[in-house]
Write a protein of this length. Structure first.
Length: 504
């Protein structure tokens, strides 16, 4: 069993002589309670090449204090981490090992540093007795456990926001601490400082030179490989939107490979792209079900009660649970598969030794626009074909193909925005508008198929299928509205001036 909390804290440099200022004047603080001194013993784990530290992830086993146990801290934003705890045990809990698997892969997690801390703890308490913040004054001794026995020691002060407390408490405390002469800590965490001061070399990725087209593309790829890895634990934890964001990362990477194939060798990127397509498909089962359920719930919520005949909400709830549980198991199984880990290794290898072609050395303003315009013409051909068909299943399929082309064109524009600026941003925005219309149309197609199945299930159970039929009709009308809207949206996106501004 694991517990999760959001950790929001600030750290400050200190010396053995540093005295804490009076914090009773901090906004909202009614009392400062001295909680005594605790002796903490923490052993930090990582791979031998420090893959977790490189991603600002900490994993420790700690004894002493009120929260003895295993703690995994995942970065959310500067000064903000999700801390996932598990009960104290001799071996690393499987649940925590799973959450770092994308980083560690098959490498062993071993003790790298031991920290002994003597912590004097103060509680900043509100008028109703609620904990607003914890203030810890730590005297730390760190010893290297892997590849040597170097030691170091320091003092620091950290202020951690209480659960559901107003962040203004941290701001007010910060002002008092700085006024008392304390400076914000240079190291983001105790582990980072311990590694640096005991001689570890934490691997760091040198950003590529973005002066040429190849460098710009590699910076884009590195960003989305990082996003894919960052969302992996969220998918395993079933966090809202994690599946969607991880799937978007896979699509952006694959789209970049296909759009900018004049920059990177296709014999290397095509196989990786196929694996990204597989991953997106496996994750898509969960995401598509989630989107569809939200759409159907919204449709039901909009109906007057007099039109909700039969156990409509209950049947949708049953369908959602049945579909969702299987989809989530499938997503997690995918992330635990050797095939997924091999894909991550391939992406790492690509970034480490990119298969750049001749065009990679060209100027971004020359190379990137040509690729974007090519994607535009692909979209143009699909739009023209779809609009030339009569309404029906064949047109639905063609519009879905156009939607995929619109998404690719949009991603091409977004990938080039850092290099080309406003023209690429505007291009991407227009392509996104086309994608949105086509996406809503496709969602209606999928929703109608599900509504038909729900109507059949209701009828077989002796329930009225009136409401399902009504919703089916609404989705038909929605699809027709999108088809009428498309030509106008497409006309704005197809404005030649939009492409002329790209240059190239």
């Amino acid at each position: 069993m694991v517990d999760t909390k959001r950790e929001i804290e600030r750290k400050y440099e200190a010396t053995p002589e540093t005295r804490l200022p009076d914090l009773s004047g901090v906004a909202g603080v009614a009392a400062v309670a001295d909680r005594g001194t605790a002796e903490l013993d923490a052993v930090y784990y990582d791979t031998a090449d420090l893959r977790l530290a490189a991603a600002s992830i900490t994993l420790r086993r700690r004894t002493g204090g009120d929260d003895a146990g295993w703690h995994l801290k995942l970065p959310v934003a500067p000064g903000v981490r999700d801390e996932i705890g598990a009960p104290l045990s001799d071996t690393l809990p499987r649940a925590l090992r799973s959450l770092v698997r994308a980083r560690a892969r098959e490498a062993e997690l071993v003790p790298v540093v031991r920290l002994l801390s003597s912590r004097r703890l103060l509680h900043l308490v509100g008028a109703d007795g609620e904990l607003l913040a914890e203030v810890g004054r730590d005297s730390v001794r760190a010893r290297r456990l892997l590849g040597g026995d170097h030691e170091t020691a320091w003092d620091e002060i950290e202020v951690e926001l209480g659960d559901d407390s107003d962040p203004v408490v941290l701001d007010q405390a910060h002002k008092k601490l700085v006024k008392a002469g304390l400076a914000p800590a240079v190291a983001p965490s105790k582990l980072a400082r311990a590694l640096a001061e005991t001689g570890f070399a934490v691997p760091a990725h040198r950003p590529p030179d973005t002066a040429d087209a190849g460098g710009r593309l590699l910076a884009h790829l590195r960003e989305h490989v990082g996003a894919l890895l960052a969302y992996d634990p969220g998918v395993r934890r079933n966090l809202p939107d994690a599946v969607h964001q991880m799937r978007v990362s896979t699509r952006r990477l694959r789209s970049a490979f296909r759009t900018y194939r004049k920059i990177l060798d296709r014999t290397v990127t095509d196989p990786i792209g196929e694996e990204l397509k597989w991953l997106a498909g496996e994750l898509g089962v969960a995401r598509d079900q989630e989107v569809l359920a939200e759409r159907l719930r919204a449709r039901i919520d909009e109906l007057p009660r007099t039109l909700l005949l039969g156990p409509v909400r209950g049947r949708l709830r049953i369908w959602t649970v049945a579909q969702g549980s299987g989809a989530r198991r499938r997503a997690v199984a995918t992330l635990d598969s050797p095939r997924y880990l091999a894909l991550l290794d391939s992406l790492d290898a690509l970034l480490a030794d990119p298969p750049l072609l001749k065009a990679a050395s060209g100027a971004p303003e020359d190379v990137l626009p040509r690729a974007m315009v090519k994607d535009f013409h692909r979209l143009e051909a699909r739009i023209d074909h779809a609009l030339g068909l009569p309404p029906g299943p064949e047109r639905d399929l063609s519009l879905h193909d156009a939607r995929k082309a619109a998404k690719r064109a949009r991603y091409a524009g977004e990938a080039a925005t850092a290099a080309l600026g406003r023209p690429a941003k505007r291009f991407a925005k227009r392509m996104k508008a086309v994608q949105s219309v086509l996406g809503d149309h496709q969602d209606s197609v999928v929703a109608r198929d599900t509504l038909r199945n729900l109507a059949i299930q209701s009828h077989a159970a002796g329930e009225t299928s009136f409401t399902w039929g009504l919703l089916y009709g609404q989705e038909q009308r929605s699809a027709a509205d999108r088809e009428r809207e498309l030509p106008e949206v497409w006309a704005r996106a197809a404005d030649p001036a939009l492409r002329d501004r790209l240059g190239g």
